[in-house]
Design a binder for this molecule. Structure first.
Ligand code: SF4
Length: 447
């Protein structure tokens, strides 16, 4: 993961590698390491431009609070804030949203989706959540939104909390279960245990959310073959609308990496990539055998006609995104940005009436095309017609060398209309995408 990718890297080889420190998951393009504070002014310019016809708008709200820091976590989270500090933060996010919603790019538009991520959005009390969402809706009404997504940690989801989450309009509840075994949960620093998982799931079902997703991680510390099989059995018993499975990565700012470093170890104490991919493959096969369909490199869905990933599909086809809160990511009219990642500077910027931007990047039309292409590859299929129509590009010609290489490796097949990834290609899709980056973006650190 950390070696410099060559124009035609060797994914089959890297798939066998031990898990070392670094990020493997590609969530945006160009890579974050190219975003800079020099480009902050681009965000102002983008927000002051006219709203583009037909571009969808999403709203992301970041809740950076958790009960406990998981050992594999690399997000900006706080575990020590009291109710007053949380209220100060929520007030700041409302001030930020108010300022953003008044800009020419946003004024008059309504979100196509709203997403509460973190951190742990369900860490908020029912009262905090209701007040926050009432204030948000008064600024930017959600009545046209097709999806309101919300991440929940099982141990925070009591009956009153779940009722409030349903009441504010959440359609997609995503449960960060990660694993069903208490020892694995404990050793990885998770705050919840399996008893809370089953209780939260049952209560969430009783609230009749349109979609319940379960997140799992393949290859947590002390994962075993038997425990992983048990995970698959348990998730099948619960039968959620969708299952999202990540392969464990060990980024540099995690507790696990800090322990590796102090012990002088280069290899993380988790399974190698080939094993993690096999575990996901087995999980997908088991889920397919009971009626699920695999909808991306990470997800299986019970009823694809009914269960959509509105936020994902909008973002992966170029939607604008208002990212609100500390460390949030956003996209405004071709400009990527991320907010300040520490609480104090974030609050200070909001109090000073400034945009709390840490870094930004204005994309070119070619970079936007590549971004959409690599993100859509994660779905397992890419339609040539979409890119011809939207970007005027013939993907087969533009990427002929890379596509031939991946076809030879058995990771894709291409017809006149589309590219399809094989199951093995899909399971290592993040390692295949560097080949499509512009030469100047192929760096050692893809974070
Ligand atoms: S619950 Fe999620 S955001 Fe919070 S510490 Fe754990 S991994 Fe990080």
């Amino acid at each position: 993961m950390n070696s410099e990718p060559s124009p035609l890297s060797a994914p089959a080889q890297s798939a066998k590698a031990a898990t070392t420190a670094g990020n493997y998951f590609i969530s945006n393009y160009p890579p974050f390491s190219f975003w800079s504070d020099h480009q902050k002014v681009e965000v102002e310019m983008a927000l002051n431009s006219e709203s583009p016809a037909g571009t969808k708008l999403g709203l992301y709200h970041h809740i950076p609070f958790c009960r406990k820091r998981c050992h594999f976590c690399y997000f900006r989270v706080y575990t020590d804030k009291n109710a007053k500090e949380i209220q100060t933060y929520l007030d700041a996010t409302i001030a930020e949203l108010k300022s953003l919603a008044a800009r020419p790019l946003i004024a008059g538009r309504k979100p196509h989706f709203v997403y509460f991520g973190g951190g742990t959005p369900s860490y908020l009390s029912a009262k905090q959540l209701t007040e926050l969402t009432d204030r948000m809706k008064a600024i930017l009404p959600w009545d046209a939104a097709e999806e309101i997504a919300f991440e929940g940690e099982p141990g925070t989801l009591n009956a009153a909390k779940l009722a409030a989450i349903k009441q504010v309009g959440v359609t997609r509840l995503s449960l960060g279960i990660e694993h069903f075994d208490d020892h694995v949960l404990e050793i990885n620093g998770r705050a919840h245990r399996s008893g809370e998982v089953y209780a939260a799931y049952e209560r969430a079902r009783a609230e009749n959310f349109s979609q319940i997703n379960i997140d799992l991680i393949a290859g947590m510390v002390e994962e075993t073959e038997a425990l992983w099989q048990k995970n698959i059995e348990e998730v099948i018993k619960l039968r959620p609308d969708s299952v999202t499975i990540y392969q464990m990565e060990v980024p540099y700012n995690t507790t696990i990496y800090k322990e590796m470093k102090s012990a002088g170890k280069l290899v993380a104490p988790v399974a190698d990539w080939a094993t993690k991919r096999r575990w996901v493959k087995e999980a997908f096969a088991a889920l397919e055998s009971v009626g699920y369909s695999v909808g991306s490199g990470y997800t299986a869905v019970l009823n694809p006609a009914r269960t959509k990933f509105i936020y994902r599909d909008a973002l992966w086809s170029g939607a604008d995104l208002l990212g609100v809160g500390v460390a949030s990511f956003g996209h405004a009219a071709g400009v990527h940005y991320q907010n300040l990642t520490e609480m104090e500077p974030y609050l200070a910027a909001i109090n000073a009436g400034e945009l709390p931007i840490k870094r930004a990047f204005r994309t070119s039309p070619e970079e936007r095309m590549i971004r959409e292409f690599i993100l859509q590859m994660k779905l397992g299929h890419v339609a040539f017609g979409y890119f011809r129509e939207k970007f005027g590009v013939d993907l087969a010609a533009r990427f002929s060398a890379q596509l031939s290489h991946l076809a030879e490796e058995g990771f894709i097949t291409a017809t006149a209309d589309e590219i399809r990834l094989s199951r093995d290609g899909l399971l290592c899709v993040d390692t295949l995408l560097h080949e499509f980056f512009l030469a100047q973006h192929r760096t050692a650190k893809i974070v």
